[in-house]
Ligand binder design. Sequence first.
Ligand SMILES: C[S@@+](CC[C@H](N)C(=O)[O-])C[C@H]1O[C@@H](n2cnc3c(N)ncnc32)[C@H](O)[C@@H]1O
Length: 226
Amino acid sequence: MDFRSVPTRGRTLDYAAGVYDILEPWVMFGREHHINQQVVEALEIKEWHRILDVGCGTGVVTQLISRHLDAEKGGMALGVDAAGKMIQGAVEKRQGPACSFRTAAAEDLPFENESFDSVVSTLFFHHIQMDLKIRAFDEAFRVLKPGGHLVVSDMHIPETFLGALIAHASRWLLFQPQIGENIRGVLPDVIAGAGFTPPRLVKTYLGYITLFISGKPGEKPGGLQS
Ligand SMILES: C[S@@+](CC[C@H](N)C(=O)[O-])C[C@H]1O[C@@H](n2cnc3c(N)ncnc32)[C@H](O)[C@@H]1O
């Protein structure tokens, strides 16, 4: 398998791959599993779904999703990340019959049009700047089937003092202007601008991470209207 990183102007985490799973629970105050569970619920998964996890990191969410899928019925959770070392860690720890991974940049997805039932992304969009955010949501729209779900959980306008403190400290201490864009609240407009239905802001966690649910207009595979 090819674990070479894919060139991108996004902030990739090759250097953190070995410690990411250890550090994440600390950074998320132990709330990551609860948040990820709600992300999975929002996807309304059927066991035959093909679900793309964009900026999957070490594949925790991809694996959670895969537990609801049946590979024999065509179900597959596919995680992509531009960092080869993250993908290598994901493959080693979490690959399974309905769970796979590959390197790819979110702004240039190597997949056919309308080839996924849902697209999900957690804590990824604050790693790429505005032009790449736009391209990545355009790509998510392209690969999603009409009627499919888009579920995004990411940094957004802080709602509490603690949330604002964490978000602004991350922006400045990590020298990450992409976080500043999220804090200013750009995500809903970029999502809608790509053609998705206006995103519903379902819930905010830790005062600065918001769960958005949206979708691609059109007829669902089962024949229902979105
Ligand atoms: C904070 S991690 C989130 C990982 C995972 N989704 C989670 O919730 O734990 C952000 C990930 O985005 C990846 N990344 C950065 N730029 C990227 C791009 N342009 N395309 C795909 N992945 C990218 C990084 O390598 C990193 O693994």
